[in-house]
Design a protein around this ligand. Structure first.
Ligand code: CMC
Length: 440
């Protein structure tokens, strides 16, 4: 096969030639508003009998989207056109949720109404508490989140009607609103403390911190510095284009599954250490390194092809430059630690030194491996008081805004079809069944 792009000035097509037969197919090239063009291969199989082969979807665009744009070479992340740095600095999570869902920043009334709506959906059905009691106390919060979020479909039947735009929006509000309550309940259950109900006088991040750390026997005042940092962490995790968990949500939803089930599927995908589970893995790695002197040993291991160890919080499928979220996260980390008067955080010292050494190392430079969003987030979350096991649950909480926006966009996309990839089959060809007594 050979492939030629049309020369400049001619129609935007790409012609593919089967060098064995000389047969050609001309396929349209589609242009986005920014970013690489894509070859529209939808007719490829019908006209040539070929599938494409792209494990890990490294060169495959699975959908058209207007939500998030990443330029991995430049280290740029835009939500609906707005740079992540500006959103993290000037916006808040409620606004970012609205932006992702609706496409524009809200005006003051829209923001007030949206915040009001989300706040009034934060309670979960009382019966849902019984689900938690079925788990072991030492269950991982992500295991609880997968189960309980999936179970929401059994409680909110009206919102499972995906054909009704109003119900789609209500489901979106319910998910964004109830995730902090569910995540906080998972934490409370693990430490054996009573669940704390949401409070409508508190902001989104504040309410989450209150449900997590308050106990009924005394008043708990949320530190505004921590609430602000929490809100920023939520913004930094809100969406990230067609990553593994988002693609999982879209694929699950493409069959017409209800949004609660789809988000539960996304949570399952996020849990892995190559994805959202990396924040937990980073803290474990920094703890295992234990001292700056041991960094070279771990760098050596990360470079060793025969060792499965990787530098967690480093590298990214799309970013071949510094992850812009990691920059904001590092700054936030230093601010939070200094505001909390935590002067010597050995893990931060190790992280900063590890980053310095890795960024000068030929292996990491050549492969363009930079710190990603997970590299510094765990240190802040630890300083706030979260156990390591909660880190990925917090990622899931924030990413729900992106997942549900992407799910909604997919459902409303007229070209959407059930997702059904093909394969390169290399197994046995047709053969006859051998009865048991004739198998050697
Ligand atoms: N440490 C050491 N080597 C690495 C690392 C790392 N963290 N990441 C990639 N490499 C090497 C890898 O061995 C490969 O080398 P070679 O070309 O010689 O075989 C090369 O770099 C390319 O790696 P890849 O695995 O083919 O790249 P990918 O795009 O499939 O994987 C990744 C991306 C994020 C899974 C990977 O970089 C990784 O495992 N990083 C550590 C886990 C992590 O921090 N994940 C969080 C990602 S950001 C948040 C999120 O998405 O949830």
């Amino acid at each position: 096969m050979s492939q030629t792009a049309s020369p400049a000035g001619t129609a935007d097509t790409v012609t593919l030639t089967d060098n064995r037969t000389g047969k050609t197919i001309t396929m349209p090239v589609l242009h986005g508003s920014t970013g690489p063009d894509v070859i529209d291969i939808r007719k490829l199989y019908g006209e040539t009998g070929f599938f494409t082969y792209d494990p890990g979807f490294t060169s495959t665009g699975s959908c058209e989207s207007q939500i998030t744009f990443i330029d991995g070479d430049q280290g740029i992340l835009l939500h609906r056109g707005y740079p992540i740095e500006e959103l993290a600095e000037h916006s808040d999570f409620m606004e970012v949720c609205y932006l992702l869902l609706h496409g524009e920043l809200p005006n003051p009334k829209e923001k007030h109404d949206f915040t009001y709506t989300i706040t009034r959906h934060t309670m979960v059905h009382e019966q849902l508490s019984n689900f938690f009691r079925g788990f072991r106390r030492d269950a991982h919060p992500m295991a609880i989140m997968c189960g309980v979020v999936g179970a929401l479909s059994a409680f909110y039947h009206d919102s499972t009607d995906i054909e009704d735009p109003k119900q789609r929006m209500i489901a979106s509000h319910r998910l964004i609103a109830k995730m902090p309550t569910i995540a906080a309940m998972a934490y409370k259950y693990s430490v054996g403390q009573p669940f704390i109900y949401p409070r409508n006088d508190l902001g989104y991040a504040e309410n989450f911190l209150h449900m997590t750390f308050a106990v009924p026997c005394e008043e708990y005042k949320v530190n505004p510095i921590i609430a602000k940092a929490m809100d920023r962490i939520f913004i930094l995790h809100a969406d990230h284009e067609q990553n593994a968990s988002t693609s999982t949500v879209r694929l699950a939803g493409s069959s017409g599954a209800n949004p609660f089930a789809c988000i539960a599927a996304g949570i399952a995908s996020l849990w892995g250490p190559a994805h959202g589970g990396a924040n937990e893995a980073v803290l474990k790695m920094l703890t295992e390194i234990g001292h700056k002197d041991r960094i070279p040993e771990f760098i050596k291991r990360a470079k060793d092809k025969n060792d499965s160890f990787r530098l967690m919080g480093f590298g990214h499928r799309v970013y071949k430059n510094y992850d812009p979220r990691a920059k904001v996260m590092q700054k936030t980390c230093q601010e939070v630690l200094s505001q909390l008067d935590i002067r010597d955080e050995p893990l931060l010292e190790i992280a900063v030194e590890l980053e310095r050494i890795a960024l000068q190392d030929e292996y990491f430079v050549e492969k363009k491996l930079y710190p990603n969003v997970d590299f510094y987030s765990g240190i802040i979350l630890k300083a706030i008081g979260f156990p390591t096991s909660m880190f990925t649950a917090l990622f899931a909480l924030a990413r729900t805004a992106g997942w549900i926006s992407q799910w909604k966009e997919m459902i409303e996309d007229p070209v959407q079809k059930i997702g059904r990839p093909r394969q390169l089959y290399t197994g046995a060809t047709k053969r006859s069944y051998v009865p048991l007594d004739r198998r050697g």
